[in-house]
Design a protein around this ligand. Sequence first.
Ligand code: ADE
Length: 226
Amino acid sequence: MHIDIISIVPSLLDSPLNHSILKRAQDKGILSVEIHDLRPYGKGKHKQVDDYQYGGGAGLVMMPEPLAELIEKLISIAPYDEIIFLTPDGVPYNQSKANYLSLKNRLLLICGHYKGIDERIREKYVTLEISIGDYVLSGGELAAAVLVDSIGRLIPGVLNDGTSALTDSHQDQLLAPPVYTRPSNFEGMEVPSILLSGNEAKINAWREEQAIQRTKTRRPDLFEEN
Ligand code: ADE
């Protein structure tokens, strides 16, 4: 999979994309991520990328021309499966969207700043508008990093144990059950004995039950979604 990201603060994305699982995915050649700085496409001597809002009001808006020029250049290299704008007024992001996007070959992510991007860019190019939660970030970069991380780890071959992602919270609309590692007694607190029993069927049944209980108490809304 190849992911291009358009940003006016590319350095914000350096660290999250270059460590741990995402780094391994890129080293293995399963995932490539390229960050494109919008600034050189800005207008005039100051490489301006934002301007005041028509109609008045606080906050600047990202201008259409620099974005259009860079998007056109990227599209001309190869078409995208989805062109995604990260925005708090987008559709809520969740695991099923991550699953859907992990099956794509080429994605373009656009990070907004200030009051957002000129609406005409959304109309002309954007195929999916995504919000990672009901709060406002100072830019789309951290949201883009969330997308790349959640999508990247689902691409076959990225996780060492490919079945691991299938047992994550949200993968089956349930929160994950509690997990334990050694020692079996930590400061007097014992690991549930069933997990030491070696009985796989009973362990699976216990985990399922724990997942259901945890979801019922913490996220009853997930049941209502079904
Ligand atoms: N940009 C600013 N806030 C955001 C959010 N909640 N989700 C996605 N992009 C954003």
